[in-house]
Design a protein around this ligand. Structure first.
Ligand SMILES: C[S@@+](CC[C@H](N)C(=O)[O-])C[C@H]1O[C@@H](n2cnc3c(N)ncnc32)[C@H](O)[C@@H]1O
Length: 275
């Protein structure tokens, strides 16, 4: 049987500067939805697991200016970019960054009094190992927030069969690389298995139709970029053809134009306690 490690799986979107820019716009674009119920007023020393280019770090610092944040990420290019982006905050000692696998950190037990995870666990083969390691580094009473995708929930009207096929390949590719595009629905179980307590989960709903045309248009644009960001990887691995990418692009343009269009997606956010 293949040995499971918690190191990073191949990253679907790559580490290009275009992708790094996408992470910054994504963090601010989704901020009202991701942060609506996040309350870190009681934390002072926060561990951000899988901080990437520092996009959420900067949102966290803006919303909770008293925080000191330690970010950990397994990717050197992301860490290098995060160091450039957060150089001012690093000099001010509001942020410290560590290039490490989040399942094997060197922090002492009970170092932190809060933890934050966003769009990370879909990319790892053993999310429980990361959550257990996070728990080890938390003081008793600390709160962890984890926000993750649940990709089975995507729906767009008008029906777009090429997009459905492409999305299936996108998710199946991530699954074969030992990631988990459906990790959102499993957050409760994963946190429980890792040893967290008082676990609550809530759905973050992105449901836009003719009642909210501006948000609907923004989300269709954002998702078109997100879907296309996986195209180089999917084309290289021969999961999709150029034709399918063109058909999907045309379908998405139609969804964007259609007066009756619907965008629907659900992510999952968990809040739990280290006791
Ligand atoms: C989609 S990015 C999200 C980054 C950030 N949380 C955000 O929302 O912008 C996922 C990040 O997880 C990191 N990652 C994947 N596996 C990891 C691991 N085992 N330990 C630490 N970081 C990991 C990747 O390098 C990548 O930067």
């Amino acid at each position: 049987m293949e040995k499971k490690t918690a190191r990073s799986v191949g990253y679907m979107h790559g580490f290009s500067s275009k992708e790094q820019d996408r992470l910054y716009s994504q963090a601010t674009f989704l901020e009202p939805f991701v942060y609506e119920h996040i309350d870190l007023r009681r934390a002072t020393n926060l561990l951000e697991v899988g901080c990437g280019v520092g996009a959420q770090t900067s949102v966290l610092l803006r919303r909770f200016p008293h925080l000191r944040i330690t970010g950990v990420d397994a990717s050197k290019p992301q860490m290098d970019q995060a160091r450039r982006f957060l150089s001012h905050e690093i000099r001010q000692k509001r942020v410290a960054l560590h290039h490490a696998d989040a399942s094997k950190t060197k922090f002492a037990d009970g170092t932190f009094d809060g933890a934050f995870i966003c769009w990370l666990l879909e990319h790892v083969p053993d999310p429980v190992a990361i959550l257990r390691e996070t728990l080890r580094t938390l003081k008793s009473g600390s709160i962890i927030y984890a926000t993750e995708v649940h990709n089975a929930s995507l729906f767009m009207e008008p029906y777009s069969p090429a997009t459905v096929k492409y999305w299936m390949e996108f998710n199946d590719h991530q699954w074969t690389m030992r990631g988990d595009p459906f990790v959102g629905a499993k957050l409760g179980n994963l946190l429980l298995k890792a040893g967290f307590q008082n676990i609550e989960t809530r759905l973050i709903q992105f449901h836009f139709d003719s009642r909210t045309p501006k948000q609907r248009a923004e989300f269709i644009r954002y998702w078109t970029d997100l879907l296309l960001s996986g195209a180089p990887t999917l084309l290289r691995s021969k999961r999709v053809t150029k034709d399918l990418v063109t058909q999907m692009t045309n379908e998405l343009a139609l969804v964007a134009k259609s007066p009756e269009s619907v965008f629907f997606y659900t992510a999952v956010q968990a809040r739990a306690q280290a006791l």
